[in-house]
Every structure is written in structure tokens, then in C-alpha cells.
Design a binder for this molecule. Structure first.
Ligand code: CTP
Length: 477
């Protein structure tokens, strides 16, 4: 196979080839760019391997341009990077040993192209395109990566035990590529992966979460999670999710398998949104079911309070998994906590105040919460599914109507704490907070409308019952 015409389309390859010729060193395009080119996927990172110094080559490439090209040199790793508009070019000399720039032991020996390719993770990532005059554009494929792409197969170039011990993160990468490309993992490679799964414990949480999030961001992440589970990798870093798996039966009554249910919810949510954090909410929505599971001979299996306990578990899981402990965690936590509430609003007799309370608590995340609830409908019975989804349509309509009337979704107190202090001549104190809270409660309950006039009237009433009077009404003021 020859990619000369592809190379000719892009200035960058001409410049790199010219720089390499000037220095007299063999140079190749390698790794993900070659794989993605064959798969017709777009790729903005181009890795170049040369039989010589990657840093010298990068400098010479920068010299080829009339414009200034930002260059970063990582001396310890023998790599250099150039930023060219939206492209990132990485240059490295061919290595004998596992060459990862972020590996714990980056000291490596200079090697040939063949030696470099064989220490890479998968055959589909171990192909190179020549930039050398003798065979410009030719595909070099010593491990039959092209044929594995055609077979849709992930396998390692060497004995998988060697490849995985060079960098155990590759076990997660195997699953990630399988999930992204919808490929299978070869039997021997998968066997080695499950045998070596425990070695994931030497990998930092930060690297693990990057791969996991990539798995979560594919079109249908359930496949990746099933591979992680079957390969015993999930057990290494996400035991709470593993706990969801399994079905208990008592007196012929069994509950559903919450692992597969969660995966179905996750896939469903992916049809509605690309948002990583909504996907995390789907993953965690039932996470406390194992911890809250009880059997009751009258009603069967119950999971009372799993939404609250799940919300309490969320920060610990985020912290341990090196996920961000900021508003994104709060968002996931909120959705986990509220995920049963819209179902409770289906009944006709539900009051507006219940609607207002949900709008108040969910705020701008109400639409995402409704998506999660719809995704949570995983019955196999199509009639039931239809009925449940229609019920959610009704709830959504009612929510819109109540919001139009009362605007509590982005609730702003109609009277501020400062105003309350000024009116009653108070210093900052608990009573100010109490009055604000009572006004908010009255609005949510529907006793008064959400406007300053009614709020003020109500405030004066409750203040009176607390023995307070406005400063202006007092005889000596
Ligand atoms: N590589 C490897 N082992 C790793 C990471 C990377 O062998 N643990 C090799 C592979 O040949 C890979 C190349 O380094 O193709 C570049 O790595 P990276 O940029 O992480 O991955 P890509 O394959 O480019 O894919 P993506 O951009 O989707 O991560």
C-alpha cells in the first residue's frame, strides 16, 4: 500500500521529509495517524519516528518554515513537539525498549524502526509510512496491522504479556480502542489482559481515568464496560460498579441485574447527549442499590434511599477516581439524588408545589434530569416503555407550565438578606436566614407568588410573629 498521494496533499510531510533529508536520517510517520488514515478517521496529532535524534529533526523542521513554529523539547524523554496551527507534531528517535514518554522508566536505547514498532501496543498502532526518498509513501507493516484493521481486531505485536508488562495501561487502551472502533480483542490478547489485570494497580489514577472517560465517550459505552468487567479490569478501579452485577432470588422473587441495567441506561443517555457528566450520572444513578438492597416478603426487593446514599457516595468515588471535585461532581451528585423525583410527579393529583420544589432543586439541570429519567426506562415490554415515556412527556409539560407561572427554576430570593436587615435594623444573624427561608418555602408551597410585593407582605407578617417590627414604624426611630 502506498500513501504518496496523501502525503503530497499536505505541506507538513514535504517539510519533514526535506528536514530529514537535510540531516540524512530515516524518518517515518507512525502510530495513531497511520491507523486513523487507514480507518478514514480525522487525526490532528502526527507522530514521527526517526532513526536518529527526534529533537534535532524537530528543530530542522521548524527551520523549514518562514513563520515561527513553537517548539517544545523534552530532553529527558528525547522527544520534541511542534505546534502548527491545529496540528501537533511529535518527533522521537526510534527506541529499542518501551518508549512511552510518560512511562516511569524512560531511559531507552536507540533502536531500528522494526525494534521501535514491535514495542508498541497494538498491531494497528505499529505501522509506519516512509518519508524517505527510496520508498516515499510506502506502508511498512511488519505485524500485519492493516489486515487486523480489516478483521477489526485488537492484538499486540509481541507476546501480550510482554506488551502489557511494558505498560499495564495498555490493557485499558485495548478496551478503549475496541470500544471506539467497534473491534474485537483477540483471544490470546484478552486472556493475557485478564491474567495481568491486577498490574493496573501500578498505574496512576490520572492515567486510568483518561482512558475510562474515552470509553464512556464512545457511541455505545456498554460494550467497553462489558469488556472491562469480563477482563477483570473494572474490578481493579471501580468495585462499586462491579457490585451492581448479579441477581438475588428469594421465594422465587428476583431483582434485575443492576450492572446490565446501568449499562442500558448509559447507552440510552448516549443517544440523547454527548455530555460526559450526564453519562457519569447514568453510571452512578443506581450505584447505592447494592448497599440499600433489602428483601421484604410482602413487596419483594427494595432499594429504599438508594438515590440519597448514591448522592453521598458520589464525592468519594470522584475523589478516588481522580475525577474533578468541582461543579461537575455537584451536577452528577444532584442528578443521582433527584433521579426518582420526576417519576413521583406522574400522578394526576400531584400538586404544583411538588413541581416547584423539583424545579427549584434541579435548576437549569432539569432538562438533563428528564433525559436521565427517560434513559432509565429499560423495560423489555414495549407497551410499558411507551406508557412510561408518555408519562414523562406529561410531567415535562406540567413542569413547563409551572415554570412559566412561577419562575422558580433559577430561584432568586425576591427579598435579599441585606434588605431584611435594613428593614428590621438587624445585624447579620440566624433570624435573617430564617425569614428568607420562610419566604422561599411560602413561594414553593404556593402560599404566595414569586414577586417582591407579596413577599414583602408575607415577610412583615412572619416578622411580627417573631416580635420584629420595621425600623421606620418604631416610635423613636
Ligand atoms: N503507544 C503505545 N503504548 C501506549 C501508548 C501509546 O505503544 N501506552 C504508541 C502507539 O503506537 C500509539 C502511539 O504510541 O499509536 C501514540 O500514542 P497516543 O497518542 O497515546 O495514541 P494514539 O494511537 O495516537 O490514539 P489516540 O490519539 O486516540 O489516543
Amino acid at each position: 500500500m502506498n500513501f504518496k498521494s496523501h502525503l503530497d496533499e499536505f505541506e507538513v510531510f514535504k517539510k519533514v521529509a526535506k528536514a530529514a533529508a537535510n540531516l540524512g536520517i530515516e524518518t517515518y510517520v507512525v502510530g495513531g495517524y497511520v491507523r486513523d488514515l487507514i480507518l478514514k478517521r480525522s487525526c490532528k496529532d502526527i507522530d514521527f519516528t526517526c532513526v536518529g535524534s527526534g529533537i534535532e529533526l524537530a528543530k530542522e523542521v521548524a527551520n523549514q518554515y518562514d513563520i515561527h513554529v513553537p517548539l517544545s523539547v523534552f530532553k529527558n524523554f528525547g522527544t520534541a513537539m511542534l505546534k502548527l496551527e491545529d496540528l501537533e507534531l511529535e518527533f522521537v528517535g526510534a527506541r529499542k525498549e518501551s518508549y512511552r514518554s510518560d512511562s516511569r522508566n524512560p531511559t531507552v536505547e536507540i533502536g531500528t524502526l522494526q525494534e521501535d514498532l514491535e514495542r508498541r501496543d497494538f498491531t494497528i498502532n505499529a505501522m509506519a509510512i516512509s518519508l524517505n526518498a527510496a520508498n516515499y509513501g510506502e506502508l511498512l507493516d511488519p505485524f500485519n496491522g492493516l489486515s487486523d484493521i480489516k478483521k477489526k481486531l485488537i492484538l499486540t505485536p509481541l507476546d501480550p504479556n510482554v506488551t502489557f508488562s511494558d505498560d499495564p495501561l495498555r490493557m485499558l487502551r485495548a478496551v478503549r480502542f475496541a470500544a471506539q472502533l467497534d473491534f474485537d480483542i483477540d483471544g490470546d490478547t484478552f486472556h493475557a489482559l485478564s491474567e495481568n489485570a491486577h498490574r493496573l494497580n501500578i498505574i496512576s489514577g490520572e492515567r486510568v481515568i483518561v482512558e475510562l472517560n474515552k470509553i464512556i465517550q464512545v457511541k455505545k459505552p456498554s460494550y467497553g464496560f462489558k469488556l472491562l468487567f469480563a477482563g477483570k479490569l473494572l474490578q481493579e478501579f471501580f468495585p462499586e460498579m462491579v457490585e451492581l452485577q448479579g441477581v438475588d432470588s428469594v421465594d422465587d422473587k428476583s431483582h434485575k441485574d443492576n450492572f446490565y441495567h446501568t449499562l442500558q441506561v448509559l447507552d440510552n443517555v448516549c443517544l440523547m447527549s454527548d455530555d460526559l457528566w450526564l453519562r457519569w450520572a447514568a453510571i452512578l444513578h443506581d450505584i447505592a442499590k447494592p448497599a440499600t438492597k433489602r428483601f421484604n416478603s410482602k413487596v419483594g426487593w427494595t432499594f429504599h434511599g438508594h438515590e440519597d446514599k448514591g448522592a453521598r457516595m458520589t464525592p468519594d468515588i470522584f475523589r478516588r477516581m481522580k475525577l474533578p471535585m468541582d461543579e461537575r461532581m455537584k451536577y452528577v451528585q444532584k442528578l443521582v439524588k433527584l433521579h426518582l423525583r420526576p417519576i413521583a410527579l406522574v400522578k394526576d393529583e400531584v400538586t404544583d408545589s411538588a413541581m416547584r420544589r423539583l424545579l427549584f432543586e434541579a435548576g437549569d439541570d432539569i432538562d438533563d434530569l428528564m433525559k436521565l429519567c427517560r434513559a432509565d426506562v429499560t423495560s423489555k415490554n414495549n407497551r410499558k416503555v411507551k406508557r412510561y415515556l408518555e408519562n414523562f412527556d406529561k410531567v415535562a409539560q406540567k413542569l413547563i407550565a409551572v415554570e412559566e407561572k412561577d419562575q422558580v427554576r433559577n430561584f432568586q430570593p425576591p427579598i435579599s438578606g441585606e434588605e431584611i436587615m435594613e428593614i428590621f435594623g438587624l445585624e447579620p444573624s440566624k433570624i435573617v436566614g430564617d425569614i428568607k427561608e420562610e419566604i422561599k418555602e411560602a413561594i414553593l408551597e404556593g402560599k404566595i407568588h414569586n414577586n417582591p410585593v407579596q413577599a414583602r407582605e408575607f415577610m412583615l407578617e412572619i416578622a411580627k410573629s417573631k416580635g420584629l417590627s420595621p425600623v421606620l414604624d418604631r416610635p423613636n426611630s
